[in-house]
Design a protein around this ligand. Sequence first.
Ligand SMILES: [Mg+2]
Length: 282
Amino acid sequence: MQDVNLLAKHYLLASDFDQTLSFNDSGIVLSELIGVAGFPETIQGLSRTHMVQQGGELAYLLRHDPQFRCVRREHLIEAGKHIRLKNNIRLLFDLLQQIEGHRFSFYVVSAAPQEVIQSALEGIIPVHHIYGSRFQYHPETGEIQSIVNVTAGYGKVATLDRLRESLSISRDRIVYVGDGSSDVHVMLHVNRLDGLTIAVSENKYLTQIARRTVLSDDALAVLVPILEEIVGWNSARIHAFFESHGFVLQEWDKVRTDMLTIVRAPAPTGDHFASADESILS
Ligand SMILES: [Mg+2]
């Protein structure tokens, strides 16, 4: 068994957290917990200015917005307990170790605060497999004193590169899973390295970049493009793999969606034709 593992191709599977492994954003859960109203509008407003990296808005607000000054480490831990997770994250982590000839190291790389993710995934994903945004707290008041690192936008690229190097994984053996605009930079980066990018939402920016899109309430769904694209299994073998672990792929619709907006072209004016005729004649 050990020989097989040594010979196995080693891959890094990095996943976003908010709305990729969960159903709701950490920021919304936290703002409800501390009674801050209008959080989605605040985020949208901040996002439109492009002052902070896409996805890093919560980290910015936690440090700079007076409404969030009351937040302590305990609030972040409590918010984590209120997050609704997708099904079977633990099983995904385990099954990734059981694919013949391949070894996948699963890590969470997310802009959500480290404490929120750790708390939400307690007993599911080991702490040292979680890379979230980190803060420094005042030793006496417990107030957020500074931002140590924000794993959003380009911050995800830097974290992923460091992680890949520390695990000695080759550049093309990366899989990245994400749902939103915070994942655009890292997906472009992974594509450039010939890795596999998987979108788990219909975000229009992301689905144009990601090599595969898979929509499901179950975290195990990302295994489908991994088994197809990396392991090279056909659908019969994938069905058999899921069945051997007690699951049935009840609805597996492969849909390629062409999204179009069609508008009427401006009517040609008489002048336009006149000038064209003139140029032909001259
Ligand atoms: Mg997300």
